[in-house]
Design a protein around this ligand. Structure first.
Ligand code: HEC
Ligand code: HEC
Length: 251
């Protein structure tokens, strides 16, 4: 009985998020090109394809839960990932971001050899499955105990964040659903660090070129300080789960 109630709450939340995402998604800037470490050009926002289709579909939360079973092996049943950053937190991420990253990985625009075989159409299904699983994940409550940085120079990190990141990721790291800017608050420090370096080096081929330009002169200390600060930005209370929460859908 308890399980059923919990699931119903998740469903209602997720549907609202999903409908909103479908209405606003097409507004993102789709014209930008990024250059990878080998000098090859890549579109930041690949036009057409699964991303656009998935965002137009009406999500089926129950099926989203079933698809998430595969994902939960690494991202955990709560979608909270691991605090050592091997697996990112997915819970509560904007649905547009989840759809973009998942379809970029499926279409080979972002390398993720660990996850790739599990994310294929032959494993989890096509656009409808992408629509369903991302709606389910976006509605999961977030981890209140994400992995944090070393805490060495948070004042410097704050200054760098305000001068260089707020315009896209928001004052509190909340991102922007409409523009596909990820929520980076509440994310594990080690994961933030890895992605940031890969974005800077062009290894994460699907990154936004404006961000690459913004951070190109950051030293290693700047990088640590700013992400240390980010890892301490807390998501809004209504998005956080209780400490040690277990996803009742997987009990
Ligand atoms: C075998 C382990 C594994 C499985 C199974 C897996 N993932 Fe992942 N996933 C990862 C790893 C590792 C990363 C981070 C890769 C990196 O560091 O670039 C990741 C990253 C992601 C990201 C990008 C997050 C971000 O913040 O940019 C999304 C979205 C994602 N996974 C969704 C899924 C979904 C949906 C499923 C199920 C269909 C799934 N994953 C299954 C290992 C896995
Ligand atoms: C011009 C807008 C812009 C600016 C400025 C910007 N970012 Fe980003 N950032 C993005 C976008 C867009 C993505 C997602 C890229 C993609 O689609 O793969 C991203 C991704 C990230 C990620 C990876 C998140 C994940 O879940 O995988 C991190 C970490 C990050 N940004 C940190 C920062 C920090 C720290 C700063 C400031 C020093 C910054 N960004 C400045 C737009 C920006």
């Amino acid at each position: 009985m308890k399980t059923k109630i919990a699931f119903a709450v998740v469903s209602v939340l997720a549907l609202t998020t999903a409908v909103r995402a479908a209405e606003i998604a097409p507004k993102a800037d789709a014209t930008k090109v990024t250059v990878d470490s080998e000098g090859k050009k890549h579109e930041w926002m690949v036009k057409g394809g699964e991303r656009e289709k998935a965002l137009e579909l009406k999500p089926d939360l129950k099926h989203g839960r079933d698809v998430f079973e595969v994902c939960s092996a690494c991202h955990m049943p709560e979608g909270w990932g691991r605090s050592d950053g091997t697996f990112p937190e997915l819970a509560g991420q904007h649905r547009t971001v989840l759809v973009k990253q998942l379809t970029d990985i499926r279409e080979g625009n972002r390398d993720n050899p660990t996850m790739y075989p599990f994310a294929l159409t032959s494993e989890i299904g096509g656009e409808q499955s992408v629509a369903d699983v991302t709606a389910y994940i976006a509605a999961l409550p977030m981890n209140p105990d994400n992995g944090k940085g070393p805490g060495t120079d948070l004042a410097h990190g704050k200054k760098l964040f305000e001068d260089n990141c707020v315009r896209c990721h928001g004052q509190n790291g909340e991102g922007n659903e409409e523009k596909y800017y990820p929520r980076i608050q509440g994310q594990h420090y080690e994961y933030l660090l890895r992605q940031y370096k890969w974005i800077k080096e062009g290894k994460r081929r699907n990154a936004n070129p404006d961000m690459i330009a913004q951070i190109k002169n950051f030293s290693d200390k700047d990088t640590v300080d700013v992400l240390d600060y980010v890892s301490r930005l807390s998501p809004p209370k209504d998005k956080l789960g209780p400490h040690g929460w277990k996803n009742p859908d997987f009990e």
